[in-house]
Design a protein around this ligand. Structure first.
Ligand code: MRU
Length: 339
């Protein structure tokens, strides 16, 4: 199934609970806005494009649950829902983008039922377009990979980070579909292990060759000549930097040092055209993510912890940005991406 969808019968948002992977593949239903917000906060649903869809479906859910009798009242309910959804995770721009896109669409409605119908249709369109967009990113990006290449990736920018297909891993899928042999090196991605838990699982489901390494092994793998390119997704692209999962910046420096191309694959909805590194809030996560792994204690319980979820890679470390509109090279003039 898709990573996230709408269930017609139960009027709920259904999603793959990614915190359970790889041990268990379970689809959960979010029937209330608070359960959806909890799912986003705890990374049951995660990855920038999937969060865009979650934002859209979240507004559709709020509209379907609202008992309001007139447009003004339901609009107030949707504004409250929008605030709750946006506050769950501050860094990925797609979440707010999905919320705002549905809010904008419903402003054309004439009555309460019209708002509900338009909200659901717009959310479904976001989900549908995400797949088409990723296929285009894949098509453009596949040209950058050669037969026999090994790609190093970080975190999970695959179908589980999107509605389907994936951005960075979508490029790998498209290159393989075009007949190329491509292997992937997946970095573990401490502390929440999206690489080891989700990327490896997802690629193995599709029988795409994947080798897992600890994050600390990336530099040595490059020095050993095992990596032809680094390919990652993005949570937000501002005028000066690419925000992505913590550890991405380190890979970009390592890639530069070893003269390996560093590619970013992301939809246009991930661009924050007015933003700069300084204007973006990086999500700080619970210190216990480093002190514990499940119930296992990994460090003294009261040790001081620094746990940012994302980092920022300066544009000078980026070889190319792959979007649904094509491949962009430095200098990255964000206006060109919009044309
Ligand atoms: O904290 P997460 O798991 O939501 O972080 C996800 C990432 O950093 C991904 O690389 C990014 O969202 C791109 S997903 C296509």
């Amino acid at each position: 199934m898709r990573t996230i969808d709408w269930n017609e019968e139960s009027n709920s948002v259904v999603l793959v609970d990614q915190t359970l992977l790889p041990q268990e593949y379970r689809v959960i239903e979010c029937k209330t806005l608070s359960s959806l917000c909890e799912a986003i906060k705890s990374l049951r649903i995660r990855g920038a494009p999937a969060l865009g869809a979650a934002g859209g479906f979240g507004i559709a859910l709020a509209a379907s649950l609202s008992g309001a009798k007139d447009i003004e009242a339901i609009t107030r309910d949707l504004k409250v829902a929008a605030k709750a959804l946006k506050s769950t995770r501050p860094t990925a721009v797609n979440l707010g983008w999905g919320v705002d896109r549905v809010l904008k669409a419903v402003s054309d409605a004439f009555d309460v039922q019209g708002i509900r119908d338009i909200a659901l249709q717009e959310a479904r369109d976001i989900a549908e377009e995400d797949i088409e967009t990723n296929k285009l990113i894949g098509k453009h990006g596949a040209k950058l990979l050669k037969d026999g290449d090994t790609v190093l990736t970080h975190c999970n920018a695959g179908r589980l980070a999107c509605v389907d297909w994936g951005t960075a891993l979508g490029v790998v899928r498209s290159a393989i579909a075009a007949g190329k042999n491509i292997k992937v090196i997946a970095c573990e991605t401490r502390p929440l292990n999206q690489g080891s838990r989700i990327t490896t699982w997802e690629l193995m489901q599709d029988k795409i060759p994947v080798t897992l390494i600890a994050d600390s092994m990336a530099g040595w793998a490059m020095r050993q000549g095992l990596v032809n390119s680094v390919l990652v997704g993005a949570d937000r692209i501002t005028q000066d930097v690419v925000f992505n999962k913590i550890g991405t910046y380190t890979h970009s420096i390592l890639a530069k040092e070893h003269e390996i191309p560093f590619y970013v694959a992301a939809p246009v909805s991930t661009f924050d055209f007015k933003g700069w590194e300084e204007s973006v809030k990086i999500e700080m996560r619970n210190p216990d993510e480093l002190r514990f792994s499940g119930c296992e204690q990994l460090a003294p319980k009261d040790v001081e912890v620094y746990n940012p979820a994302f980092d920022a890679t300066p544009m000078e470390n980026v070889t190319a940005i792959i979007t649904e509109k094509g491949v962009f090279y430095p200098p990255f003039l964000l206006d060109e991406v919009l044309v």
